[in-house]
Design a protein around this ligand. Structure first.
Ligand code: HEM
Length: 411
């Protein structure tokens, strides 16, 4: 820490480089930001339209943001998507730091996403992953679209965990959630120039989000009233997350009473497919803070490039290679204490759904590996595979992975 002479006004913040929007054009934001970090170092100041942002790309600085100074960076920046689709920032992920967020986070940890609750959904994971194994056995040895199978299975699991059954309009709801994810990246012109309302009209994002919000709201109202009808008819709760939230609403006694809007906002959190977030979820600086010798002003958006950190040659040997055994002898884990590997973030705003997320991945993946050998279709070489990614707030392959399963273990 550089000592500051007394009685001088705070130093203007100076960072090694000021980047602008055009530095992000051409490639996906996490890749463009990784390239910039490669040239300019692990802390970069970006002026993105009206938004001041700092991009962090090293484990040490990520640790400072999410551990040492976690409280100073415990809030989230404003995002049009969270305002419109997230019921005006009442979903946990984008709620500003404060009493409301604390209450909802506590409820999510104790009631919705606790280890006990996650365990109670074991039969759902068992049934749905077994369905996929059986379907794949029937298709074998023809090539199968693995991406599509896993995507559908994860969604069915999420729906059953959240609302107890496959939803009537599941395909429509999934399509809407996809649209939300691609609008939540925070790089739309409407998010970069929040005070230029005219630009919001030009970008069309507000109108698009209003329509999505209307459709999602209508579907969730339908799902909630089905649950209430079932209860009125004397059926016992199924123990899905919606049942838990309706019970909490009835019990009352909370500083911020639970309303249907809270329930819908949280359902949208739980229902979204949540694959790794390359830039995590952004934080925002609550008070001026010093990071790596630089003053970060209040309200600066802080982006942590977890994608870049995960392939940093200073942390990982042969970083681009898939070598799962590298973890068997290592103390590094993903639970928010090893800052080289932070897919769930860390600190106060760390993902509360980590146990559920991992449980939903582990059993299905273990089964698919246990029961089948997987090979590329004939004529396709590993180097031919197109691993191009697409970006919203979450990362996924642009093209599906197609593999040929051959049955290895039957039971
Ligand atoms: C493999 C699956 C998942 C990954 C990789 C993931 C990743 C993340 C990350 C990186 C954050 C931001 C953390 C930070 O700012 O430090 C986050 C926040 C969050 N996640 Fe997840 N997540 C997953 C699954 C889930 C699931 C299944 C749920 C709920 C059912 C969930 C609910 C949330 C919520 C509510 C937040 C916001 C927490 C807050 O701001 O206080 N996540 N997640």
């Amino acid at each position: 820490t550089k000592p500051k002479p007394p009685n001088l006004p705070p130093q203007p913040w100076k960072l090694p480089f000021i980047g602008h929007l055009h530095h992000l054009s051409g490639s996906l934001p996490h890749q463009a930001l990784a390239n910039l970090a490669q040239k300019l170092g692990p802390i970069i100041h970006l002026q993105l339209g009206e938004i001041k942002a700092v991009v962090i790309s090293s484990p040490d600085l990520a640790k400072q943001i999410m551990k040492t100074d976690d409280l100073s960076f415990a809030t989230r920046p404003k995002l049009l998507c969270a305002e419109i689709v997230g019921y005006n920032y009442i979903d946990i992920a984008f709620a500003p730091y404060g009493d409301y967020w604390r209450q909802m986070r506590k409820l999510s940890i104790l009631e919705l996403l606790s280890a006990k609750r996650v365990e109670s959904f074991e039969s759902v994971r068992d049934e749905e992953s077994w369905n996929v194994v059986e379907a794949t056995m029937k298709e074998s040895p023809r090539p199968v679209n693995v991406t599509e199978k896993i995507f559908t299975m994860m969604n069915v699991i999420s729906f059953r965990v959240s609302v107890g059954s496959r939803c009537k309009n599941q395909a429509k709801l999934l399509e809407l959630i996809e649209q939300i994810l691609s609008a939540a990246g925070g790089f739309d012109v409407a998010d970069l120039y929040p005070s230029f309302k005219l630009l919001h009209l030009v970008s069309g994002l507000r109108k698009k989000l209003m329509k999505i919000h209307h459709d999602v709201d209508e579907m969730f109202e339908g799902i909630i009233s089905d649950h209430l009808d079932r209860r009125a008819a004397g059926e016992t709760d199924h123990g899905d997350l919606l049942d838990v939230m309706l019970r909490l609403k009835d019990e009352g006694g909370l500083q911020f009473p639970i309303t249907n809007d809270n329930i819908k906002a949280i359902l949208l959190e739980t229902l979204r497919l949540h694959p790794p977030l390359p830039l995590l979820l952004p934080r925002e600086c609550r008070n001026t803070c010093e990071v790596d010798g630089y003053d970060i002003p209040v309200n600066t958006k802080v982006i942590i490039n977890c994608w870049k950190i995960g392939r940093d040659p200073k942390c990982w040997t042969d970083p681009e290679s898939f070598i799962p055994e590298r973890f068997s002898e290592s103390s590094i884990d993903y639970k928010g204490t090893s800052f080289e590997l932070i897919p769930f973030g860390a600190g106060r705003r760390m993902c509360p759904g980590m146990t559920l997320g991992m449980a939903n991945v582990e059993l299905p993946l273990a089964r698919l590996l246990y029961h089948f050998n997987w090979e590329l279709p004939s004529g396709v070489k590993v180097e031919d595979l197109d691993r191009t990614e697409t970006f919203g707030v979450s990362l996924k392959r642009r093209d599906s992975l197609v593999l040929v399963p051959s049955v290895y273990n039957i039971d």
